[in-house]
Design a protein around this ligand. Structure first.
Ligand code: ADP
Ligand code: MG
Length: 236
């Protein structure tokens, strides 16, 4: 009985997701189609900016598909022993370059001698980049994005903090709903994807935000994912 209900729930979720992605992909397609039509009638000088719009929209459709596929992935991700702080150090120049273009700065705060964790490096990079991008998009020039990692009791915390707009309390419960976005160019798939990645690492995500002051997104990795602390299966 319970599994039947689960199936019904799952099917309705798949239906909602399909409706969402159809809508999201149709938007860029409509823009591309419209501009291709316009391009037939335009001079070569006008064409340049139209090419740009068409490419941006195609990239957007592509990133929606990529994020959606990552989100829909249900298999357990393969993990390896890796240093979270190493991944963060590797990504910082990339994030800094983006922040620099916006006139913002980036700080990296890493506790010394943190243990390696069982991580899917590709997914963790995707998680950090998504959180960093949200932070940057929430800030004006002069904003400061802080990437931090530390140990806390039996967990390892990854904390991405911005000095941006903050999130209205009424929106907090919607943040992880697929396709929820307040941005004209947003996909609303970033945070759901981050949550799915955190959960695939047996972790969780918490949001602390103050309107007008900024936001911290805190990803918690449990001690189980720590090297050497992986529980052996129990056979009965
Ligand atoms: P997207 O970035 O495409 O809108 P996300 O799932 O990444 O989708 O984020 C969903 C929404 O959550 C954003 O549109 C924004 O309103 C809000 N949000 C996420 N991160 C932040 C942040 N650091 N500061 C303010 N708002 C945020
Ligand atoms: Mg985002």
């Amino acid at each position: 009985m319970r599994s039947e209900l689960d199936n019904v729930e799952r099917l309705s979720l798949v239906g909602q997701m399909a409706a969402g992605i159809t809508h999201e992909i149709r938007n860029p397609m409509a823009v591309v189609r419209g501009f291709l039509q316009l391009m037939r009638e335009k001079s070569p000088e006008d064409l340049h900016s139209y090419y740009h719009i068409v490419l941006v929209e195609l990239d957007r459709a592509n990133s929606i598909i990529n994020d959606f596929l990552s989100l829909a992935q249900t298999r357990v991700s393969e993990k390896e022993l890796a240093l979270l702080q190493g991944i963060m150090e590797e990504l910082t120049p990339l994030i800094w370059a983006d922040a620099n273009l916006r006139g913002q700065s980036v700080e990296l705060k890493l506790s010394p001698s943190m243990p390696p964790l069982q991580l899917n490096v590709r997914e963790i990079k995707q998680l950090i980049l998504n959180l960093a991008r949200n932070g940057m998009e929430a800030m004006d020039a002069k904003g400061v994005l802080t990437l931090a990692a530390c140990e806390h009791e039996d967990t390892v915390l990854l904390i991405v903090t911005d000095t941006g707009s903050g999130i209205p309390e009424s929106q907090l419960s919607q943040l992880f709903t697929p396709f929820f976005t307040t941005k004209s160019q947003g996909t609303g798939l970033g945070l759901p994807l981050c949550l799915s990645i955190a959960e695939r690492h047996n972790g969780s995500i918490r949001v602390e935000s103050e309107e007008g002051a900024g936001t911290s997104i805190i990803v918690t990795f449990p001690v189980e994912s720590r090297a050497g602390a992986v529980r052996k299966p129990v056979y009965m």
